[in-house]
Design a protein around this ligand. Structure first.
Ligand code: BDR
Ligand code: CA
Length: 311
């Protein structure tokens, strides 16, 4: 039976690739896509999610708009990485498929209440605002979650949007704190993992060589956003963060990590949004997350290319 997931997302080119990977994979049933403000403001993330589903020919997937700002702070966006639209790199048609009428947070709550307990996995690949709002509004749904597999945080790589914090956690640290303290089973793909899976030239050209609209779009998106990271890190390519979440559902053995305690810094201006991961187990704080540290990058890109070829 296919694994039921909700993708909570702020597309973003790498979010778009994560959505495509999920839609290409028969082992996964995407119950819905919930948009959140993050890389770009909510109207654009809600639009981009629809552009991506239409590109994949999947206008049947329900898409919901969610929170347009973090729980307590003004929104911070990342146009400097993703471009003005969030999906810069290729011009794609405006979507025809509609947004659903209900709010993303209502959809998350109702789905968790309606589906059998322990059968729905949440896949957040943007700021955690929608998920935290759902848990706050309906604490009964937390124990019904099968697993939360998210992209966010960093330990050895420390930060990308500030010296101390990764973007998704930094944008809404209060939401992240609620999720990390929720008690739900949590698997984290931090920068420590994603910075080990770079879009090198041969990997991007393999997408392009698919010769399909999807392959062409993924190559164009990666060409666009890798410029930023290559300049910043002096690396031969850019990390493709968000698809690691979906890849984990398909082949967990591509990843290794530790079940440890991870706390979120919400107080300090200097280190706000830091994921304080007890990797070396130097405290007696209870483990609350499986925090990944390594990835089989060749296996990850082989999976991605093979799956995208199906669309
Ligand atoms: C995360 O931030 C966003 O820019 C990406 O889409 C990814 O989810 C990486 O820090
Ligand atoms: Ca994202």
């Amino acid at each position: 039976m296919a694994r039921k997931i909700i993708i909570d997302t702020d597309p973003g080119q790498d979010d778009a690739v994560a959505i495509l990977l999920a839609l290409a994979s028969p082992e996964i049933e995407v119950l819905g896509i919930t948009a959140v403000a993050g890389n770009v403001p909510l109207p654009l993330t809600a639009k981009n999610a629809r552009i991506v589903c239409e590109l994949a020919g999947r206008i049947d997937v329900p898409i919901f708009a969610g929170c347009d700002a973090p729980m307590t702070r003004p929104l911070v966006t990342a146009e400097h990485v993703h471009g003005k639209t969030g999906l810069d790199g290729i011009e794609l048609p405006d979507p025809d498929m509609p947004l659903q009428d209900s709010h993303a947070v209502d959809f998350i709550v109702e789905t968790l209440r309606h589906e059998p307990s322990g059968s729905v996995t949440l896949c957040p690949i943007g700021p955690l605002t929608n998920i935290a709002a759902a848990f706050q509004r309906a604490p009964d749904v937390v124990e019904r979650v099968e697993e939360i597999v998210l992209m966010g945080g960093a330990y050895f790589e420390v930060g990308n949007i500030t010296p101390a914090a990764e973007f998704n956690i930094y944008v809404d640290p209060e939401a992240a704190e609620i999720v990390f303290k929720s008690g739900a089973a949590l698997t984290v793909k931090p920068l420590d993992v994603t910075h080990k899976a770079l879009t090198t030239r041969p990997r991007v050209e393999a997408f392009r060589a698919l010769g399909t609209p999807v392959g062409h779009a993924v190559a164009a998106w990666t060409d666009f956003f890798e410029r930023f990271d290559m300049e910043k890190y002096g690396s031969p390519g850019a990390p493709l963060h968000d698809p690691t979440v979906i890849a984990y559902l398909l082949i967990p053995d591509l990843f290794s990590g530790r079940h440890i305690n991870v706390e979120i810094e919400t107080g300090s201006d200097l280190t706000r949004g830091m994921t304080v991961a007890d990797w070396w187990r130097v405290t007696d704080r209870a483990p609350n997350a499986t925090f990944m540290g390594d990835i089989d990058a060749d296996g990850f890109f082989a999976l991605l290319t093979e799956r995208l070829a199906r669309l």
